[in-house]
Write a protein that binds this ligand. Structure first.
Ligand SMILES: Cc1cc2nc3c(=O)[nH]c(=O)nc-3n(C[C@H](O)[C@H](O)[C@H](O)COP(=O)(O)OP(=O)(O)OC[C@H]3O[C@@H](n4cnc5c(N)ncnc54)[C@H](O)[C@@H]3O)c2cc1C
Length: 413
């Protein structure tokens, strides 16, 4: 069968029909697919890659998501996967260690951040979804085109291993992340904020004797380092001012090693492992949101609708919370075979305010903490007033609660 795309003609191998087609097997797409399948909706999840390898992603699952997992009956099995539990965020500064967020005070069965390889989390959710015969997972399916008829999106065209395919659907959900193809195909323009930083992303070896709660953060002279324990190795996020990579590179790898060792002295012996710039990836930190997340037949969620800055490590949470709200609102409608554009608008309506509030909080921290540290030639010192305030348990609870649950916690209906 031949089909006329906007610019190209493709030889279509087959045309199939589903009720909900979800593009992108990240946290948003995988959880939505699971929840819809569980409700009896015919759902197909398309993922461009052949596996869930997530080298360039984070690994944090906050208490709000653990509560969602419990509501879905998955928490106990999920926690059998290797993970760490971070209960306090402690900052090493020249003026001593300061607890900036204490999760142990949160009223939840899960008063910690679960640090788990995102690939393992996604494998787990999709394996659980496979128990439902109405769930279909297509790996190596790169969605490139929308099918549009009479002003509505009616599905997608994707490239599989051996050619082009067409998948028709009552609803298409774009959960294809920060470089969303569906966002571009729909012609949506994002409103961007400008995080003042980029990240150098590299691995260092891990020793059996390393003590870890899964996560770590250090502030040095103009430098911020984030450490993620991936059990076999340490994933390091070394934060640099936006657009300064060429400058950092010109200063030489020795300078990078020195600054890293100064900032994280207990890892100084491992800095020598950085020998070549090829070991280091530069990740541009972005943050944006779409003014409109939907069109007839199409809804965008997760990073595709709003790219979250890494501050607070909440992108996964927000993506999953979007998925839960989408399933809560749309599962029955999808089963009945009628999804109105007003139902899609309700999803945006419920999720937009929390997203905007959190992005505003991230912007505040980026401007007032991250940018200040990166500008300074001095080692960061926590201001006295803040240090005193953070000694009050209730004050320490606030950022923890805001990051863990957001302003309006989401639950499975
Ligand atoms: C370096 C880095 C570190 C981070 N650290 C953290 C952290 O510690 N904690 C945290 O909560 N968040 C973190 N984040 C953010 C977090 O990873 C994202 O917010 C989250 O993954 C968004 O989930 P999502 O499902 O919306 O999109 P994604 O996780 O980006 O998933 C999108 C999926 O869609 C697939 N896809 C893309 N295009 C297509 C296509 N055309 N066809 C088919 N499939 C497609 C992709 O392969 C991908 O699997 C980090 C982000 C980065 C970049």
């Amino acid at each position: 069968m031949q089909q006329q795309g906007k610019a190209q003609v493709h030889e279509i191998q087959s045309v199939t029909q589903t009720t909900c087609c979800i593009v992108g097997g990240g946290p948003a797409g995988a959880v939505l697919a699971y929840m819809l399948a569980r409700k009896g909706v015919e759902v197909t999840l398309l993922e461009a890659h052949m596996d869930f390898e997530r080298d360039f992603r984070g690994d944090t699952i906050h208490a709000s998501v653990m509560e969602i997992m419990e509501e879905l009956g998955l928490a106990e099995r999920l926690l059998q996967i290797r993970h760490a539990e971070a209960r306090k965020f402690i900052l090493d500064t020249t003026t001593g260690k300061v607890t900036i967020a204490d999760l142990t005070q949160l009223k939840t069965k899960y008063p910690y951040v679960t640090v788990m390889a995102q690939s393992k989390f996604l494998d787990f959710i999709t394996t659980e979804a496979k128990h439902y015969p109405n769930f279909h997972l297509l790996m190596g399916a790169q969605v490139d085109e929308l099918i549009e008829e009479d002003g509505s999106v009616r599905g997608v065209r994707y490239r599989g291993q051996d050619g082009w395919y067409e998948l028709r659907a009552l609803l298409t959900v774009g959960a294809d992340g920060r470089f969303s193809r569906l966002r571009r195909l729909s012609g949506f323009e994002a409103i961007k904020t400008s995080p003042p930083m980029d990240v150098l992303w590299f691995r260092l070896s891990r020793k059996d004797t390393d003590h870890s709660e899964g996560l770590g953060g250090r502030f040095g002279k103009g430098v911020i380092v984030i450490l993620l324990d991936r059990f076999d190795y340490w994933q390091v996020g070394y934060i640099i001012p936006k657009g300064s990579y060429q400058q950092v590179r010109a200063a030489g790898i020795e300078q990078l090693r020195r600054q890293f060792a100064e900032t994280v002295p207990d890892f100084a012996d491992r800095a020598v492992e950085l020998k070549d710039w090829k070991q280091i990836s530069v990740l541009s930190v972005e943050s944006d949101r779409l003014p409109r997340w939907y069109r007839p037949g199409l809804l965008l969620i997760g990073d595709a609708a709003h790219v979250m800055s890494p501050v607070g490590g909440v992108g996964i949470n927000y993506a999953i919370q979007d998925a839960v709200v989408t399933a809560n609102i749309l599962a029955d409608k999808l089963k009945d075979g009628v999804v109105d554009v007003r139902d899609l608008a309700r999803v945006q309506h419920e999720r937009e305010l929390p997203t905007r509030l959190l992005q505003a909080f991230q912007t505040f921290i980026q401007k007032n903490v991250f940018a200040q540290i990166m500008k300074s030639a001095q080692v960061f010192q926590m201001p006295l007033l803040l240090r005193l305030l953070l000694r009050i348990p209730l004050v320490r609870k606030l950022p923890a609660s805001f990051i863990a649950f957001g302003p309006f916690p989401v639950h499975v209906k």
